[in-house]
Design a protein around this ligand. Sequence first.
Ligand SMILES: Nc1ncnc2c1ncn2[C@@H]1O[C@H](COP(=O)(O)OP(=O)(O)O)[C@@H](O)[C@H]1O
Ligand SMILES: CC(=O)OP(=O)(O)O
Ligand SMILES: [Mg+2]
Length: 394
Amino acid sequence: MKAVLVLNAGSSSLKFALYPINGELAAEPAFSGQVEGIGATPEITLKTASGTRIHEAVRTSGSQGEQHRDALNHVFGLLTQHNPDLEIVAAGHRIVHGGDHYSAPTRLDEAVLRTLDTFVPLAPLHQPHNLRAVRAVATLMPDVPQVGCFDTAFHRTQPAVAQAFALPRRISAEGVKRYGFHGLSYDYVARQLPGIIGERAQGAVVIAHLGNGASMCALRDGRSVASTMGFTAVEGLMMGTRTGSLDPGVMLYLMEQKGMDAKALTNLLYKESGLLGVSGISQDMRTLLTSDAPEAKEAVDLFCYRIARELGSLAAAAGGLDALVFTGGIGEHAAAVREKVAALSAWLGVKIDAIANADHARRIDATGSQVAVAVVPTNEERMIARYTVETLGL
Ligand SMILES: Nc1ncnc2c1ncn2[C@@H]1O[C@H](COP(=O)(O)OP(=O)(O)O)[C@@H](O)[C@H]1O
Ligand SMILES: CC(=O)OP(=O)(O)O
Ligand SMILES: [Mg+2]
């Protein structure tokens, strides 16, 4: 089987897929799966061409980085074990940060990788794992061409005002600006929308990508006009372990009064905060939604409140609100989160249907809702496969 290999390393997950290519790219992968729970107890779920589902633990321990590396090796083992006639013709990767350099999918070589290495401090939970996967493929299959697909690229259509920080020009000129992330997900979901909400897809749309990392994007005519994430993937919404937007004065206070250095602050902002920090229980939304602890409820309430606050801001950027769309692990599966966000957004004309919401239906707006509300499962892997084929002219 000739196939395009897709690797998508998220902060808590490693998703992978083999898309057969025989003249044209298959619509569905022949083999796919994901390692979830990286940073805690990683488990792999995979689906083979015959439809068999396999679920097993990934043997690993140690830091998030070590767990990502073990997860990748485990995936490589399974690829060959389950696909004896496999011929990988190209590999496509999600690369979280493309900085000012890359605004479109790009063929990867050592020079490009060295530039991408410089963005590691801007995406410490992602970039190292993304680049490790590229180098692992280069070592294992040196002749296979590789393409990087950037989370930041989709947002390059934003007006300058949406990308600007109120910083002195000399700092902005160095590329310190708002980039936005989860672009592959927004790209995929935006392409599905006309089939789900019709003409409204061209209007003022806000997509909420709620996973372990979470952000929202305002679109007009299917293109990004604003997003909650900025220079790094820590701005904006509260996330699994990330703070989201924080008064910068808090950081000055922690440095000056508590003696915290950059490393300690990085840990605090990226790994110890968010749902995990506020609940003191877990970063996993499933665990929090089934917990009776008041701290779990407080964490979920804050998560939803922040989404509703940002929705107001993004509606301002988009010039209205014709549609609200939920995606990502939480957006697709947590009906309780969608319900709370909708209740807080009633003033914008958002009204959802309780039964459709509980069923995770594609359309969940109630009759009479001024805003179309949709649940669209994202598929970053499909987007990566497509971009890889287009970039290489396969
Ligand atoms: N059935 C579910 N109900 C509630 N939350 C869920 C469900 N399934 C997954 N999630 C949540 O989705 C999040 C992971 O989302 P995902 O988009 O896969 O993560 P990543 O950002 O690592 O790609 C976790 O918080 C997980 O608890
Ligand atoms: C950019 C980002 O936060 O990605 P993820 O949701 O996969 O962690
Ligand atoms: Mg993700």
